[in-house]
Design a protein. Structure first.
Length: 255
């Protein structure tokens, strides 16, 4: 039998590495005080105070989703407006706030009560004045909906059998009423509600054409999102690589 070697960087090794880091993170979260605050040691968020047990270990280490971070850094400019849909505990919101600087603005959407507490704490303890937190889920209808808050904090989602009720807002309604400024960039990671979020932002996307970083959850949802974005004239590319079939992470922009 031929013993084939697994190439470094292959999906198998990457999956094992992610699993290992996650397990280490869980152990650390179990032994550290829940209120422990340390400073992020590297990159754009270096020196920012962070509640270590608020999320995955990579948040505190400043190395979470490096490909997405690289994409955002390559596109986001000073003085612009960045929407963070599914802000979780604020990692990408803080990153965006650093990139758009004081004259720019970040609008962070998060419906989970626990995540909101950490998000607001990270914003406050680091003295960000250009981040606005909207306590709502982004969808295709403004009202209320059931929300599952009992899953892992980064996986909470809108669900008909959810254990709590949350407010839902549409991007179009918020922009049309002037409650928030039109976006230049949108990061969307809403655990299966991405198509609804895009539908609820249809007019805004058509008029203002923000560059978007979209996480999709499932093949069908990805297909629906890509179709909608193409119908609006967006060019859609994989976050990395060359084939949309091989990724769940999308970069959408106008040339």
């Amino acid at each position: 039998m031929i013993n084939k070697k697994v190439k470094p960087g292959s999906p198998t090794l990457h999956s094992l590495w992610v699993l290992l880091v996650d397990q280490i993170g869980l152990i650390i979260k179990q032994v550290l005080p829940r209120s422990l605050v340390l400073k992020i040691p590297q990159d754009e968020l270096r020196g920012n105070k962070w509640v270590v047990t608020s999320g995955v270990l990579e948040y505190y280490l400043g190395c979470f989703e490096p490909t997405k971070v690289k994409q955002i850094k390559a596109h986001v400019e000073e003085g612009k407006v960045f929407y963070d849909l599914g802000a979780h505990v604020g990692y990408f919101s803080l990153l965006a706030a650093v990139l758009v600087k004081g004259q720019g603005r970040v609008v962070s959407f998060e419906p989970s009560p626990e995540n909101i507490r950490y998000l607001k704490r990270h914003v406050g303890m680091n003295d960000y004045t250009n981040i606005e937190v909207i306590e709502a889920a982004v969808s295709d209808d403004s009202g209320v909906a059931r929300f599952n808050s009992e899953r892992e904090s980064s996986k909470c989602n809108l669900s008909t059998d959810g254990n709590i009720q949350v407010v839902t807002r549409t991007i179009d309604a918020l922009v049309e009423t002037g409650e928030i400024p039109p976006p230049d960039y949108m990061k969307i990671d809403v655990e299966g509600s991405e198509f609804k979020a895009l539908n609820g932002a249809h007019g805004t996307l058509e008029k203002y054409r923000p560059t978007m970083f979209v996480s999709t959850h499932g093949v069908q949802l990805k297909h629906e999102c890509v179709e909608l974005l193409h119908s609006l004239g967006y060019r859609v590319e994989p976050e990395k690589g060359t084939c949309l079939d091989d990724t769940t992470e999308l970069l959408a922009y106008f040339e």
